[in-house]
Design a protein. Structure first.
Length: 390
């Protein structure tokens, strides 16, 4: 039985000041800064667009959990989980793990950097492991790539009981892009990578609760946020589901709720037995929206439900435990997915994922430590896509 710990989704109080958005800087030369009226463009004039996660990757970025006050006595277990996930991903594509300089040696040792497959540790200061949210979201065009810095502000939780330090995380996207020679685009909105789900053909899924929220985008209407998303990410249509604000630190990220498996096809996370009624309501609202939605190409969506595990079987892991099979990550040739110890539900999730991704191997990984912190494999990873041929 795992001991419940205060995590990014539970009640945390720290005194560090948030990094102001002005400290994040402007876009680097070579990429046009997006506005509400025009999309970011490559030097060739082509629109930079967020690709589908199923497109080929150059590498996967991850981050080493840095703060013992956040993870307390679970820090070692969470680090082992990160190392295990990195190992599984590295069998299919290179992995780069960001780590504080003083923690890099431990990260290299635990991850087997230089010994197992292709795992490297990059010394870039960070605060926590959720690189999906604070890392760059990549956009591409023929012969071009850029990283969108979504102006991470700690999920907008400064001054609340959910707050945890995020100054290093807020600066990490710009530092990482500089190290890898990728131009940086400053987004026209504040958000996180976990709040963005795309089919790679111009359609974005997002929750209202995580983006049209004064803790990220004060004074912006839903229409204004939508225009900023379209401009920053090269999106043609946003399908909004309500979500739920204030009940977890992310305000209900889409990547724990609904995922594109292919254009026109969506996996919808269905809460398992014993789930809190508020998350069942979120699922029901999302299902209704998706059943009536069309994508950017005018297609009706084909929805496959992904039943969650029986929460009663994981009760000892704490109420913040994220038991979402939808928080998986696609890599070159495989899907890295969680398992939660409910044998029937784990097996059903495997079968559903295999049917959705018939040309990929499904690799299930025990991530009890990560999940106890309110996140999953997708939250802990960010892909750098291959640049399309010019």
């Amino acid at each position: 039985m795992n001991t419940p710990v205060p995590t990014r989704r539970s009640l945390l109080k720290f005194g560090a000041a948030a990094l102001p958005l002005t400290a994040l800087g402007a876009a680097l030369p070579g990429i046009a800064l997006p506005t509400s009226a025009a999309a970011a463009t490559a030097p060739s004039g082509a629109t930079l667009r967020i690709p589908a996660e199923t497109d080929r990757h150059t590498r996967t970025f991850m981050a080493w959990p840095a703060l013992r006050p956040v993870w307390q006595d679970q820090l070692s277990a969470v680090r082992r989980d990160i190392a295990n996930v990195a190992y599984e991903i590295s069998r299919y594509e290179p992995v780069v793990v960001l780590a504080r300089p003083e923690q890099a040696a431990d990260a290299r040792y635990t991850c087997g950097s230089g010994a197992y497959y292709s795992i490297e540790v990059e010394e870039i200061a960070n605060d926590d492991l959720w690189i999906r949210d604070f890392g760059p979201t990549f956009v591409v065009a023929p012969g071009a790539i850029a990283g969108v810095d979504t102006n991470f502000n700690g999920w907008g939780k400064t001054g609340t009981s959910y707050f945890q330090p995020f100054g290093n995380d807020a600066a990490a996207a710009a530092t990482l892009l500089g190290r890898y020679g990728v131009d940086r685009v400053r987004a026209g909105f504040v958000g996180e990578g976990g709040s963005l789900e795309t089919d790679g053909q111009g359609t974005l899924l997002a929750t209202v609760s995580s983006l049209v929220n004064p803790n990220r985008n004060p004074g912006m209407s839903q229409g204004e946020v939508e225009r900023a998303l379209k401009a920053s990410l090269g999106i043609d249509k946003v399908i909004w589901v309500p979500g739920l604000a204030g009940q977890d630190i992310t305000d209900c990220h889409i990547d724990c709720l609904a995922r594109f498996t292919a254009p026109g096809k969506v996996l919808l996370d269905q809460p398992g037995a014993g789930a809190d009624a508020k998350w069942v309501a979120v699922y029901n609202e999302a299902k209704q929206v998706l059943q009536n939605a069309t994508d950017a190409q005018g297609r009706r969506l084909e929805i496959t439900e992904m039943p969650g595990p029986d929460r009663r079987l994981i009760r000892g892991r704490g109420k913040e435990f994220l038991s979402s099979y939808s928080n998986y990550y696609t890599v070159n040739g495989a899907v890295i997915a969680p398992q939660f110890g409910d044998g029937y539900a784990d097996g059903l999730a495997y079968a559903i994922l295999q049917a959705a991704y018939p040309d990929r191997r499904i690799v299930q990984v025990n991530i009890d430590g990560i999940a106890s912190g309110g996140g999953g494999i997708h939250c802990a990873t960010q892909s750098q896509p291959v640049v399309p041929a010019a």
